[in-house]
Ligand binder design. Structure first.
Ligand code: Z5A
Length: 209
């Protein structure tokens, strides 16, 4: 049975998820919370292999359906081996991306059927959803400029601006429809201001324990 809290960090490319994950962990550890950091796609040996398949530029193109199924295959492994056992032990789980990414990238970006995503979510997660999601929202061009400095762009990072506009818009629609779970943070602010907002949101959660 679930006991710990499940927190996810979401956002478009260059929104600062990686930068802020360890900040969130440190913050929660100050409140004596036992927390693990993990990520999607990935988090287990098999799921990390699937991640590599998804992110690498392969000779053979990956169809949209194969991409969606691979993401949920990785998620099934991750939930079974990492997320559920940790929550059952009373640990908090801090995850870099989860199913909101699927609604944003595959649903919004690729235009895949939201009903199919919902069906897979239902089957694979059996009701497991994040208690809190920090959505780092950033205008596409600002995010892209931050990421552009990287040497090699992966399969997703190589998509065009329109794809990321659709991703952002799908994220914001999800946040509008799930205001209790998804808290939107303006990630174009300075890091100091972003982290101030994070502290404020998390203080509500830690006050409840
Ligand atoms: N994907 C999917 O399609 N469907 C799914 O269901 C799931 C995932 C789960 C891998 O994700 C890909 O998988 C992802 C979607 C797809 N594709 N993309 N693209 P990932 O999380 O591993 O990859 P990512 O989105 O590229 O994240 P990242 O590499 O970790 O970047 P980030 O977390 O968004 O940003 P960052 O590395 O923390 O920051 C980028 C730079 O900006 C860095 O130099 C920072 O120092 C700087 N930065 C950060 N914050 C600030 C502020 N506030 N001001 C100025 N500069 C800043």
């Amino acid at each position: 049975m679930k006991q710990g809290q499940f927190i996810t960090v979401e956002g478009g490319d260059g929104s600062g998820k990686s930068t802020n994950l360890s900040f969130v962990k440190q913050l929660l550890e100050k409140s004596n919370i036992n927390i693990i950091i993990t990520r999607e796609p990935g988090g287990t040996v098999v799921a990390e292999k699937i991640r590599k398949l998804l992110l690498d530029k392969n000779e053979e193109t990956i169809s949209e359906q194969a991409e969606l199924l691979l993401i949920f295959a990785a998620r099934a492994q991750h939930i079974h081996h990492v997320i559920k056992p940790a929550l059952a032990q009373g640990k908090w789980v801090l995850c870099d991306r989860f199913t909101d990414s699927t609604y944003a990238y595959q649903g919004g970006g690729r235009g895949m059927d939201g009903k199919l995503i919902e069906l897979l979510e239902h089957k694979v997660q059996s009701g497991l959803t994040p208690d809190l999601t920090l959505l780092l929202d950033i205008p596409v061009m600002i995010g892209m400029n931050r990421v552009k400095k990287r040497a090699d762009l992966d399969r997703f990072e190589s998509e065009k601006k329109l794809f990321f506009e659709k991703v952002r818009s799908a994220y914001l629609t999800r946040a509008e429809n799930n205001p209790q779970q998804i808290k939107v943070i303006d990630a174009s602010q300075s890091l100091k201001k972003v982290q101030k907002d994070i502290v404020q949101i998390l203080s509500v959660l830690t006050d409840r324990i």
